[in-house]
Ligand binder design. Structure first.
Ligand SMILES: Cc1cc2nc3c(=O)[nH]c(=O)nc-3n(C[C@H](O)[C@H](O)[C@H](O)COP(=O)(O)OP(=O)(O)OC[C@H]3O[C@@H](n4cnc5c(N)ncnc54)[C@H](O)[C@@H]3O)c2cc1C
Length: 468
């Protein structure tokens, strides 16, 4: 997929320096203040207008004014998608002022949240209420709605992605009307909009079903990758949250097992002291690994050796902390990423094929491969729709060539009906996605009903969903 650079240079009423500064700050910064750019630098755009609503009424007004001006609309999250899914040359609705918890019931765990709230802010607020999200991905910089819209997930054989934790949504539709949906109210809209790619409207609030806050014991240790593949099923089934990282030229994998500490059970190994957290996450995993990556970018022939060094340097650690501090780690080294969901039983075959193929690539690979799992769910555009799933995420350090690697990966997962993560790099179009996602056509039907004129369309959405 090519980097996105698309836009018209129109200044309009909604624009404002404040909005731009905030937007660039969250999306990762850039020289040109009129430009939107994503975290990875793989997509950019120049919206015709910028809006920064503070209320649902202002979101309605932004959508209506866009319609009157004949412009398309995209809601913006934190810019952490690698694809141009959020990019627009129409009206960019920056929701960074539309944040916070609207209502919380600690008895039922139902919490209604404004859509622009970041996961970081949400986790902290839930903590204060004695609640938590049952599962999370590995960073917390995303907005809640942005994370939901692309099907963001963590890991856990019995758990779904973030969207499975949604109980109800409120959206501003293309005609400016406000729609509420849930399993019982407008269920088709709900089945579509929980992972809606921002194609159905601007989500104003999300009602989550949270769980009482819990602690996790993290157990991270190196294991020979062959052994991990042999034991994959039992490792996935035997841990609440199982994942592993594998450096493509190394023989070791880093196996991560995060398990809930029962309220009445043994307390676990204890929290990681602050200095050690700083050393391990900031110094070793970010500053240290970032230095190796820069060496690799300057001298690519060293990459396989650097990669083997990183693999051999993997070490063991174990600690117990409140769940979100275990799920989430800082990611400061920039990279590009592609991730596919494959039927769980295909994982081992795909990984073996990837292991065989990567050494044949002309451009070596600096970053590790990450493997996670999820339970099947019923959300129409979920990568785990009606399928016990394994996720394989491949990465390359920013500035190093990645296209041949990603194409190779895509050709391997194509044989097992791999479904691409909506926020990560892939080259698949609507025709093929229609075969991979059994409810793709239903999604398009709902989209035609709620957005007949394509108010929320964009070039990326036309590629993956077809013409409005
Ligand atoms: C370092 C890093 C780590 C990551 N880790 C994980 C991981 O562990 N698991 C995983 O699955 N993914 C992961 N991702 C991918 C990331 O979670 C998704 O791409 C996510 O969508 C980004 O959220 P965002 O807030 O940045 O949204 P954006 O990328 O800004 O937008 C995503 C989509 O949401 C739409 N949108 C945003 N707000 C609204 C709204 N209010 N109403 C309607 N539509 C809206 C946008 O229009 C766009 O279509 C990672 C990405 C990075 C860069």
């Amino acid at each position: 997929m090519r980097p996105y650079r698309h836009g018209r240079d129109i200044h309009a009423e909604c624009s404002g320096v404040l909005g731009l500064v905030g937007l660039m700050g969250r999306a990762g910064g850039g020289q040109d203040r009129r430009e939107w750019r994503n975290w990875a630098g793989t997509a950019s755009a120049t919206p015709a207008r910028w809006c920064r609503p503070r209320s649902a009424g202002e979101i309605v007004a932004a959508v209506k004014e866009a319609a009157a001006a004949g412009l398309t609309v995209r809601a913006l999250g934190s810019g952490h998608s690698f694809t141009p899914v959020a990019a627009t040359d129409g009206v960019a609705v920056d929701l960074s002022l539309w944040t916070g918890i609207v209502a919380a019931d600690t008895r039922t765990g139902l919490v209604t949240v404004r859509s622009g709230t970041t996961l970081r802010a949400l986790n902290a607020a839930l903590d204060g209420l004695g609640l938590a999200m049952a599962n999370l991905g590995d960073i917390d910089a995303q907005t809640l709605a942005g994370a939901l819209c692309t099907g963001t997930h963590g890991t856990g054989a019995l758990l779904g992605g973030l969207a499975t934790q949604v109980e109800a949504l409120e959206l501003i539709l293309a005609d400016g009307s406000v729609a509420s949906c849930s399993g019982s109210a407008r269920p088709d809209l709900f089945a579509a909009a929980r992972i809606g790619l921002g194609a159905l409207g601007v989500i104003s609030t999300v009602t989550l079903r949270c769980v009482p806050s819990f602690t996790l014991t993290a157990d991270e240790r190196p294991m020979p990758v062959e052994q991990v593949l042999e034991q994959f099923d039992s490792l996935a089934a035997g841990n609440d949250h199982f994942e592993f990282y594998w450096f493509p030229y190394g023989r070791q994998a880093l196996v991560k097992r995060n398990n809930r500490v029962p309220a009445d059970g043994a307390p676990g190994p204890g929290a990681m002291p602050g200095w050690r957290r700083f050393w391990e996450f900031e110094v070793m995993e970010n500053a240290g690994f970032g230095t190796l990556c820069r060496i690799g970018r300057a001298a690519p022939r060293l990459i396989p050796a650097l990669n083997r060094f990183s693999s051999a340097a993997l070490s063991r650690r174990s600690y117990t902390e409140v769940s979100h501090r275990v799920f989430v780690t800082p990611r400061r080294v920039r990279f590009t990423e592609s991730e596919y969901a494959v039927p769980r039983e295909s994982l081992v075959g795909v990984l073996r094929e990837l292991r065989r193929s990567v050494p044949r690539l002309a451009d070596p690979v600096m970053f590790p491969v990450e493997v996670r799992v999820a339970a099947a769910d019923d959300i129409w555009l979920s990568t785990a729709y009606q399928r016990e799933t394994a996720y394989i995420a491949i990465h390359q350090y920013s500035g190093l060539p990645y296209r041949a690697y990603f194409d190779l990966f895509e050709s391997i997962v194509a044989d097992v009906e791999g479904r691409p993560h909506w926020g990560k790099m892939h080259g698949i179009d609507a025709a093929r996605l229609g075969r991979l996602y059994p409810r793709h056509q239903d999604f398009r039907r709902v989209r035609a009903e709620v957005d007949p004129e394509g108010r929320f369309a964009s070039p990326y959405l036309i590629r993956v969903l077809g013409q409005p």
